[in-house]
Design a protein around this ligand. Structure first.
Ligand SMILES: *Cc1c(COP(=O)(O)O)cnc(C)c1O
Length: 437
């Protein structure tokens, strides 16, 4: 058995894996970007496909750019079986989102964005992205990221009063600066994104929309959030957030950009694709095409609403007044707590969250005035509305008693009861624990 072998050959790494598995089970995971993938996804990830070099694609293109799967475009021999799995991954991604074309090779969301930007623009061109402190992502133009270094990035933001995207202001800015690309999408925006409105603005000023649905891909796939596919020319997404697959990303696009996107992904940005991860992406897409997955995504949203309502009933201010998605931002200023202190106190109570800036945050990002809470991971465990209510109350108990170790201990006991009722990776943990020294 492979676990037994690992425990014998490398007990230190085995121990790290065993402990992480137990941590995932024994804490309440509210980090909005995290999830727990299935055993089937893990099986593909742990397969021998990791051994195979397969630079290129499982298809070739004719002079008109038409794709032909009968003849591969790989630079290595022996690719017939990774061609099978990569082709299946491509077809399932297209079906799941209704896209013209899908590239399943990007190793991460940031690399997917890199390939998209460089396929559509040149260094120095103007790109619009959502301000990081208003919910944008590092790869949407932060100065420390490649996106901020290579492009002339102008950030748009949310309206100070509604804390929702201000499309009128965005149009004004776009008319003035004429960006090449407008990136839509966010990491910490709790409300619906209107990709059709983004596209109207793009059409008005001659920009291309790159929709980054890393966070919301699962709810988009389930039809519970407007899809950018009919509008945006290029769509990037990670596969490990609401989509619940392996860590990685894909790019989808209209047919006219397919060749440019593929060329920029390989050989532009990456060498050999991670074929074991691509196979795991295919498994994830298969799962995401099921009715169970749609039900799961619905429950994520119900759970987020109940958690938001519980917290707001307890006197917490939610950014933008609540949530339409899997996540919410809690402004802690009226409770006189910083995001960092809240994150630490909740961590001690086995409730995992991340500190997050709120729009127009007076604090530095390292401290932050808020926390971001998401329900995808807890929903995967089977938790529903009653548990969300309870968790909201536990969060309040901790945040109302910062520094009180006795309260942390009490909350810990309540968390333990909850996690034991919704076990995670139970068989896997039993095997690991039986092999532990
Ligand atoms: C998470 C995220 C990414 C990047 O994902 P990595 O795989 O960590 O590089 C990109 N865009 C958005 C909006 C995200 O939320």
């Amino acid at each position: 058995m492979e676990e037994e072998l690992l425990a014998k050959i490398d007990p230190e790494i085995f121990e790290a894996i065993r402990k992480e598995t137990n941590r995932e089970h024994s804490t309440l995971e509210l980090i909005a970007s995290e999830n727990f993938c299935s055993e089937a996804v893990l099986a593909a990830l742990g397969s021998v496909l990791t051994n195979k070099y397969a630079e290129g694609y499982p298809f070739s293109r004719d002079k008109q750019g038409n794709i032909n799967f009968a003849k591969d475009g790989r630079y290595y021999g022996g690719c017939e079986f990774v061609n099978m799995s990569e082709r299946i991954a491509i077809e399932r991604a297209k079906k799941l989102f209704g896209a013209d074309h899908a590239n399943v090779q990007p190793h991460s969301g940031t690399q997917a964005n890199m390939a998209a930007y460089f396929a559509l623009a040149n260094p120095g061109d103007t790109i619009f992205g959502l301000n990081l402190s208003h919910g944008g992502h590092l790869s949407h133009g932060h100065p420390v990221n490649f996106s901020g270094k290579y492009f002339n990035v102008i950030h748009y933001g949310v309206d100070q009063k509604t804390e929702m995207l201000d499309y009128g202001e965005l149009l004004k800015m776009a008319t003035e600066h004429k960006p090449k690309i407008i990136v839509s999408g966010a990491s910490a925006y709790p409300r619906t994104l209107y990709f059709d409105k983004f596209q109207e603005i793009c059409d008005e000023v001659g920009a291309v929309q790159v929709a980054d649905i890393a966070h919301i891909a699962g709810i988009v796939a389930a039809g519970l959030h407007p899809s950018p596919v009919p509008y945006a020319d290029v769509i990037t997404t990670t596969t490990h957030k609401t989509l619940r697959g392996p860590r990685g990303a894909i790019i989808m696009c209209k047919a006219k950009h397919a060749e440019a996107i593929d060329k920029m992904t390989f050989p532009g940005m990456q060498g050999g694709p991670l074929e074991h991860v691509i196979a795991a992406k295919a498994v994830c897409f298969q799962e995401a095409l099921s009715d169970d997955f749609k039900q799961y995504q619905k429950q994520i949203i119900y759970n987020a609403k109940v958690l938001a309502d519980t917290l707001s009933g307890l006197g917490y201010r939610l950014v933008a007044g609540g949530t339409d998605t899997h996540l919410m931002l809690v402004d802690l200023r009226n409770k006189n707590i910083t995001g960092r202190d809240a994150e630490r106190a909740l961590g001690k109570s086995n409730i995992t969250v991340n500190r997050n800036t709120i729009p127009f945050d007076p604090q530095k990002p390292f401290i932050a005035s808020g926390i971001r809470l998401g329900t995808p991971a807890l929903t995967t465990r089977g938790m529903k509305e009653p548990e969300m209510k309870k968790i909201g109350q536990l969060i309040d108990k901790v945040l109302s008693n910062i520094g009180n170790e006795k309260v942390y201990t009490e909350v810990n006991a309540a968390v333990k009861e909850l996690v034991e009722s919704f076990p995670l990776y139970a068989e896997r943990r039993a095997i690991y624990d039986s092999l532990a020294k």
